[in-house]
Design a protein around this ligand. Structure first.
Ligand code: GLP
Length: 248
């Protein structure tokens, strides 16, 4: 189903798997058409299925990712790259290694720098040097965050170090099992994200139904950072029946 609202497009799929397949197909089609494309990639539970579909597709019909660049949305401060909870580990494991990305074409904010402000600026410069992001894949936090732009983030925010909200810490805690969850991260800003040429925000599952309802109903507001996507000319919201279940 295709609805037209404040968002340019909203697509509702029968299942989380169908919604994830759609996002995976968008990524593979872009790489097939433009092997030198630049991707912006989210992490998190919602993305597991997307990257699974993508690597399955790659196994059956390989496409050349050796010239494709990818920028992570965010990274925790305080985790080493080999830490299984780091987003570097996540992206290497789920997408960069299975699809044969060259390591030098994969970027995460340098959270190990002594000067995080400088590292943030370098990240912005690297995105600009790659020609900007062609396709940005996003998930959404239970409080409406995109990347780790928590409520209160401004529309023109750029890559920076941020404190995580209690809601985000609680929501991501199960992923850390016994390990301590970081309280800080570096994230692309809302302004950085909005410069992507095309954006897909994927939300699946009942746990996202309430924030999706709020997202559709709210005016553009820093109380719900994902609402800033309504100002983007080419942003699509991809939902499954569960995450769309509270929409009238
Ligand atoms: C995490 C990530 C985001 C992700 C969101 C939702 O904190 N930093 O990029 O989109 O929160 O995560 P999940 O898909 O696990 O619900």
């Amino acid at each position: 189903m295709l609805l037209v609202g404040d968002f340019v497009k909203i697509k509702i799929f029968d299942s989380a798997s169908e919604a994830s397949k759609f996002a995976a197909k968008k990524i593979s089609s872009l790489i097939e058409k433009s092997p030198k494309a630049t991707l912006g990639l989210a992490t998190g539970r919602t993305m597991d299925a997307v990257y699974n579909h993508l690597s399955n597709r790659y196994k059956t019909t390989p496409f050349d990712c050796s010239n494709t660049k990818a920028f992570a949305l965010d990274e925790y401060i305080g985790l080493e790259p080999h830490d299984e909870n780091s987003y570097r580990y996540y992206l290497d494991f789920h997408i960069f290694n299975p699809l044969g990305f060259k390591q030098e074409n994969t970027f995460l904010p340098n959270v190990h720098s002594q000067n995080l402000e400088e590292a943030a600026k370098e990240y912005e410069d690297s995105i600009a040097a790659s020609g900007g992001i062609d396709l940005q894949i996003l998930g959404i936090g239970l409080n409406g965050h995109i990347g780790l732009n928590e409520p209160g983030s401004s529309i023109d925010s750029r890559t920076r170090a941020v404190n995580l909200s209690q809601k985000t810490i609680d929501s991501n805690r199960p992923l850390f099992k016994d390990a301590q969850i970081p309280m800080k991260a570096m994230t692309m800003g809302v302004g950085t994200i909005l410069e992507a040429k095309e954006i897909i925000l994927l939300a699946t599952g009942k746990s996202k139904a309430e924030i999706i309802k709020n997202l559709i109903e709210i005016e553009v507001s820093s109380d719900l950072p994902a609402s800033f996507l309504k100002t983007h000319p080419n942003a699509l919201l991809a939902l499954d029946r569960d995450s769309a279940s509270l929409l009238s």
